[in-house]
Design a protein around this ligand. Sequence first.
Ligand SMILES: [Zn+2]
Ligand SMILES: [Zn+2]
Length: 240
Amino acid sequence: MTPLYYDLHLHSCLSPCGDEEMAPGNIAGMAALCGLQAVALSDHNTCGNCAPFLAAARAVGLIALPGMELTTREEVHVLCLFPGLPEAEAFAAYVYARLPDIPNDEAVFGPQLFTGDGDAPQGREPRLLLSAADVGLYDTAALVRAHGGLAIPAHIDRPSFSLLANLGFYDPAMNFPVMELSHRADETALRAAHPELEGVRFIRNSDAHRLEDIRDAQNALHVGVPTAEGVLGALGLSKN
Ligand SMILES: [Zn+2]
Ligand SMILES: [Zn+2]
């Protein structure tokens, strides 16, 4: 088992709140400089920059996973991680079909930029990606699993867009064995306040929206095989 330093929650310039400098090549370069070894891109409700991100991350020797930060019907953010691009893009098409057709107001939310080779902008996503998709929280784990991936409720300690803030509790019937804490979270206090989290495993990511938010390597996973599938396996996703 090899400890791998990871950050599996990073936003690119395709997220309206993501800084325009968060182009895939820049993210990959910064992640490598920070000593990270496994990274995932997780823009809001889209996998549209995952292809250039995977290429850029692999070019600098990182293990890279395509992902998305889904906004469920309950306005809960859920990190969805996939072993490869086909699985991620199939899930992204499913989500996009359930995303309200509200145009993005760039003056309010910022541009949503697709990028290509060398981080060059290649176009804009016209639909606002911050809206809630018509996907229910009780269906999310199974849906992501059916696409070969793993669903992880994001930043559950935060006061907005989180499972505990929006619902007030965790129901184990939702079937999320792994959840994400923000880097400042007090795990002991959270577990004391929410005994229903017993047995749930926590990971921590940066949720970086700016290059300077990508943090030095500090969280490690013990991975059997150093691949995207190996990372998902270390998080408890079985192949069957
Ligand atoms: Zn979020
Ligand atoms: Zn995020």
